[in-house]
Design a protein around this ligand. Structure first.
Ligand code: 2P0
Length: 321
């Protein structure tokens, strides 16, 4: 029986923002993430007698336009591992769109693992991470649980994620604050391309990430949660400075994003543990402790009426069910 692969999403504490090789999705810098427990994708790959892949997402058959990225990815997998069969892919996203998390990380990690299972490729986790990266950069990190570092590398074989601490005994939770916005999103692929091309600060970003990766790894080893929070927030704000300083300038922030950043600063002044991280969208993920989380959640919900909040804890790596 072919098993279903399950992969969880991850939140970058040190962000991946810029590719030195678009085709291979090789990043300019390492990045570092925390895998989360609540949001995951379940994917099963079945070999079909067809010359085209058939893709179901959440029980819906995808049309050609929506299947394209996955079919192109499966072409890469076939080429890598020299086989020709096509698949029916049944993928179910347990990443509620309302939770404000991207599903490409869990999606491509689960897809890589599902094909590995069905084709009995016997890939180890490093090879799986490389394969997932070819679908979406951040998917390389979702192979592992806990704290994970993606090593930038300089070719296909040397760019992969590796675990730092898969089951950290550390008091950190993530509160995702979802902002209802009509803003049209600039995809992260396009956003990072524009930042690399036109932000005068991009070379400084590369230098900054190199030092912040080392600092946060030391903080993780010491379980220094305050340092982890400070470095993560600073890294996220620095990434967003690249979008503002691009030419033409752009931003993922909505007015509420800035309001939440201010609220987090107010909370810290009151001695409540809260640090912000923000991805390629307006939603804010707040790094909390078990103790601070309910206070932060209540305060945010009191101050802003048009947001919803979702709580996540530290999650594990790829599973087969
Ligand atoms: C990250 N993001 O490290 C960064 C921070 C968004 C902001 O990785 O082009 O979907 O498919 O490799 O992985 C989102 O980008 O981009 C992302 P591609 P991906 O999590």
């Amino acid at each position: 029986m072919t098993r279903t692969a399950r992969a969880y999403t991850n939140i970058a504490l040190i962000k991946y923002w810029g590719k030195k090789n678009k085709q291979l999705k090789l990043p300019y810098t390492n990045s570092l993430s925390l895998t989360l427990d609540r949001f995951y994708t379940d994917t099963k790959a079945s070999i079909v007698d067809s010359d085209q892949d058939i893709i179901y997402l959440n029980q819906q058959l995808l049309d050609d336009a929506h299947s394209k990225r996955i079919r192109n990815y499966l072409d890469i997998v076939r080429q890598f591992y020299s086989f020709s069969e096509h698949f029916q892919i049944d993928s179910v996203n347990h990443v509620p769109t309302s939770a404000g998390f991207a599903s490409s990380a869990s999606g491509f990690a689960a897809l890589a693992a599902a094909v590995n299972e069905t084709k009995q490729l016997n890939l180890n986790r490093r090879e799986l991470s490389i394969l997932a990266r070819n679908g979406s950069g951040s998917a390389s990190r979702s192979i592992y649980g806990g704290f994970v570092e993606w090593i930038a590398g300089n070719d296909n074989a040397s760019s992969f994620a590796q675990p730092i601490d898969e089951h950290p005994d550390i008091d950190l939770s993530i509160l995702s604050v979802v902002i209802d916005t009509q803003n049209k999103k600039i995809s992260s692929t396009v956003g990072m391309e524009n930042s690399v091309k036109s932000s005068p600060f991009y070379p400084n970003w590369v230098t900054l990430v190199t030092s912040e990766i080392e600092e946060i790894k030391q903080a993780i080893a010491k379980k220094d949660i305050q340092k982890i929070g400070e470095i993560s927030e600073h890294n996220a704000m620095s990434m967003h400075a690249l979008t503002l300083s691009a030419n033409p300038s752009f931003t993922y922030f909505a007015p509420e994003t800035i309001r939440i950043i201010q609220i987090i600063q107010e909370l810290r002044q009151k001695g409540i543990f809260a640090y912000a991280t923000i991805d390629a969208g307006p939603n804010v993920k707040i790094i909390c402790t078990k103790e601070s989380l309910p206070k932060v959640q209540t305060y945010i919900e009191q101050q802003l009426s048009n947001v919803t909040t979702v709580v996540a804890n530290i999650g594990s790596g790829i599973e087969y069910i």
